[in-house]
Write a protein that binds this ligand. Structure first.
Ligand SMILES: C[S@@+](CC[C@H](N)C(=O)[O-])C[C@H]1O[C@@H](n2cnc3c(N)ncnc32)[C@H](O)[C@@H]1O
Length: 699
């Protein structure tokens, strides 16, 4: 593959835009109605379509100099005015955030007003289809998203409020019964993680030839799959262009090519396969130090990048990047590709869910594309700028920023001029020839101006937003746990950057009421227990399985002081210590990975618990306090245990039959539906909750 561009191509930077950050105006009315209005440059509430399009078409010349030292601090997040703290602070898992909500007619939940997800789906589907038939689907095009999502049924059931300590929160407006399968969601951009690039299809994310020969997991998985009558591998193929991205079959390869991969293919190739060292070392070195492995023109092409850009690219290819940073880069490359498509050729964006469609529209059909949302959605995400260390910003983030900036150059200089040719699948390109004037139509390209580039400050914001809003997609190893995963609860296979409000909108809780499980390229959401009107809806950002499944305090304080659980004092102290360690570990994990101090109900409760014990030196008093707290904790057993699978060694959690079925549907490998002694996931979905990992039924 030859990459050529004008040697004098310059990197063009965009017109500067208001970077002052989002601001909110939150007021609490007499009736305790909380209105959160976004006054923002990046546009959630406002009708931004026209404005942003216009802005994005403006671009001005000018060399970009990469100096991102101050990028992280450029955009300070303005915190909105605090709303009534009493109404928003949560003290228990069922805290009513907004009492007034309960009293309105539409919220007084009776059984028949409770929504069943499939009712919603069919209603929305009809609405959507009707619009399509009338050809009015485009009426969504310029609508803002965010609150714009809240149409129809969803608005009645879940709303978004603001709290000063945890930002936007999602609150149930009516009861959501335990087990309700709420929706199936696709990310803005998803990539198979580095380890799974050859195991999972980069388009549908189904498992292909699953494991390397020397991987001990292979045997276990293979056996289980064969027992289920599932097929393994077959028909997988690698992209002919970069030879880095794998697909389960040619259809997936062609689909991904047309949607995304054409834009990134050559760039990924240079990221993975490297560029000649001589080119990276001297900006002014115009000699062609062609390395045999480098295709003709490649080094010429790389000269459009500045030395820092080339060095960053070289670091990626020399494995100076951790696998996670590589994945992180690729997911952002895909996000930028979507933006580029949106701005150069909106008709090209597949007709998936419109921004204003409720996200569960696609629930019944996992093959229905949900499509990426407009880039303005990304600008609505939290970035937690102040929480990153200088080293991280100036090191890893800066490298990623340079790679993303180089990718923008690639899109302008290489991809845009060849847009139509490149979108043809490889084999069709060969047939068509696709030369200008060859009569195929594919070579006659209209000249388009490149869309406005993202500035380096915007790129840095994007990187930070991805850090706070991406979710690992995990699969659960079958029992018995193979040695490689014995100490590792679950193994990630993909990284998804979620911009849909109904994913990123949910805050974390260490005692969640909503659960999600990854299935191929989707996340499936369901209510883990009854969610009451006014209750905040939370998911968990971390593994709440065995690592945190600790004995609850009723047993902890039992035995010796007469609570009667049979646990001796020594044992009780040990358990208490374990419980405290788990608390500290969780908080440290959330701080390190998601950049916030957890303020969930469970952490608030436990923090108070441990500090009251610390303060209490008197032994008798302390034991009394422990007993009191233990009894209290007993009531919140669920908070500790969640839905963790009870089976020894299993890291899964229980899901309702509808979710198990959804995982099974369209999963060719599991189609046989055979039951298996080891309880493979989704094998038995006859009305019982089962573990997503081992299939064990909840007792
Ligand atoms: C995926 S976003 C969730 C939505 C977010 N509240 C918003 O306003 O966009 C994740 C961010 O929400 C905040 N957050 C989520 N759960 C939290 C919790 N339990 N305690 C404090 N902050 C939390 C943190 O700033 C975190 O980085």
């Amino acid at each position: 593959m030859i990459l050529k561009t004008q040697p004098d191509s310059r990197i063009v930077c965009g017109s500067s835009r208001d970077q002052s950050g989002d601001s909110f105006d939150a007021t609490v009315g007499q009736d305790t109605t909380v209105q959160v209005q976004k006054l923002t440059s990046s546009g959630v509430r406002r009708e931004i379509g026209e404005v942003d399009k216009q802005e994005d078409q403006n671009h001005c010349g000018g060399d970009i100099s990469l100096n991102s030292n101050d990028a992280a601090t450029e955009k300070g997040e303005q915190r909105p005015m605090a709303i009534d703290k009493e109404k928003t602070s949560s003290s228990s898992s069922t805290t009513t955030v907004r009492q007034a909500i309960n009293n309105t007619a539409e919220d007084s939940a009776t059984t028949d007003t409770l929504f069943h997800p499939y009712d919603c789906i069919s209603n929305c589907q009809e609405h959507h289809d009707a619009k399509r038939r009338k050809g009015t689907n485009s009426d969504n095009d310029n609508k803002s998203i965010g609150d714009g999502h809240d149409d129809g049924v969803m608005r009645k059931r879940i709303e978004r409020l603001w709290t000063p300590d945890r930002g936007r929160i999602m609150v149930a407006r009516s009861r959501i019964p335990r087990g309700t399968f709420l929706y199936r969601l696709e990310a803005q951009a998803t990539v198979c993680d580095t380890e799974n690039r050859t195991r999972r299809c980069a388009s549908c994310f189904k498992r292909m030839n699953p494991y390397a020969d020397d991987d001990p997991v292979k045997e276990v998985v293979e056996e289980a799959r064969q027992a289920n009558g599932g097929s393994v591998g077959g028909g997988s193929c690698v992209c002919e262009g970069c030879e880095e991205i794998w697909y389960c079959n040619q259809v997936c390869a062609d689909r991904d090519w047309a949607l995304l991969h054409a834009a990134e293919c050559q760039f990924l190739k240079s990221l993975y396969q490297g560029i000649p060292a001589a080119v990276t070392s001297n900006k002014n070195d115009n000699t062609n130090n062609d390395n045999d492995n480098v295709e003709e023109g490649m080094s010429e092409w790389m000269k459009v990048f500045s030395v820092p850009h080339r060095n960053a690219i070289a670091r990626f290819s020399q494995d100076d990047f951790t696998p996670y940073t590589q994945d992180f880069c690729r997911v952002l490359i895909r996000t930028l590709t979507h933006r580029f498509h949106e701005l150069t050729d909106p008709t090209f964006i597949p007709q998936g869910l419109a921004p204003t469609d409720p996200p569960y529209l696609g629930s019944t059909d996992p093959d229905q594309p949900q499509g990426p949302l407009p880039y303005s959605c990304v600008e609505d995400l939290v970035a937690n700028q102040a929480t990153y260390s200088k080293e991280q910003v100036e090191g890893e983030f800066c490298d990623v920023l340079r790679i993303l900036d180089a990718f923008q150059t690639h899109l302008e200089a290489y991809y845009l001029p060849r847009l139509q040719q490149l979108r043809l699948p490889h084999h069709r390109r060969q047939q068509k020839g696709a030369r200008a004037g060859d009569g195929t139509g594919f070579g006659d390209l209209p000249k388009r101006p490149p869309p406005r580039r993202l500035l380096e400050t915007e790129l840095m914001d994007l990187i930070m937003r991805e850090e706070c809003n991406s979710f690992g997609m995990y699969e659960y190893p079958p029992l018995p746990l193979p040695p490689t995963v014995a100490n590792n609860s679950k193994s990630g296979y993909a990284l998804g950057f979620f911009t849909r409000q109904y994913v990123y909108g949910f805050n974390h809780s260490c005692s969640p009421n909503m659960f999600h499980v990854a299935h191929n390229k989707h996340l499936l959401y369901y209510a883990g227990r009854d969610i009451l009107p006014g209750e905040e809806i939370n998911i968990t950002y971390l593994e709440l399985g065995p690592h945190y499944r600790i004995p609850f305090a009723a047993t902890v304080a039992g035995g010796a002081d007469g609570v009667g659980t049979g646990v001796g004092q020594e044992e009780a102290v040990k358990m208490r210590r374990k419980s405290r360690e788990a608390f500290e570990k969780r908080r440290a994990f959330l701080k390190a990975h998601f950049h916030f101090d957890c303020g969930c109900a469970r952490c608030t409760y436990e923090a108070a618990l441990y500090s009251s014990l610390d303060d209490n030196d008197d032994k008798v008093k302390r034991m009394k306090e422990e007993k009191r707290l233990s009894e209290e904790e007993d009531r919140v057993r669920f908070l500790r245990e969640g839905l963790s699978c009870e089976r020894e060694g299993c890291f899964g959690f229980y899901a309702p039959p509808s979710v198990l079925r959804a995982r099974q549907d369209h999963d060719e490998d599991d189609r046989s539906g055979k039951d298996d002694d080891e309880g493979r996931p989704g094998m038995d979905v006859d009305g019982h909750w089962g573990c997503v990992a081992c299939g064990h039924r909840q007792s």
